[in-house]
Design a protein. Sequence first.
Length: 168
Amino acid sequence: MAAVVNGENETQIRLRPMHRSDLESVLRLEQDLFPADAWSSQMFLDELTEPTRSYLVAETCSNRPELVGFAGLRVVPPEGDIQTMAVDRRYWSQGIGARLLTALLDIGAQQGVTETFLEVRTDNPRAQDLYRRFGFVELGMRPGYYAGADAVVMRRSASNPHEEDPRD
């Protein structure tokens, strides 16, 4: 996948498939961002071996690449489900979340997905705004879905493409 230049820092980021060897970094980021709801190593291993799943990582383009984000998609056509998405706080507002989401939506489209679903914490307006920019609409709530927060259930139809294309 192509690298992207982000923000004033000129940080180049590349997306690639997640591998087992990424799990230490993924788990560290998962624990930092979602301490009460962090997935275990076994949960990620199970996801990586599941043929209906696609997981990506975002890493810096350098001699010593640093994992700065990850995301996963479950595909059972015609539906897709964003399983998880995370970006290191130090790299927020640099377009990495949009880049990961675009890649997952592209993967889903290539596999026949016409509707994509996700859950997002009610106390995470930053992520909700990102999803809305991509054409996701609120369907309802899942009370108590997360530790300490409800979930907003959102859906994006392929017939309702995202308003902003971060690739432009």
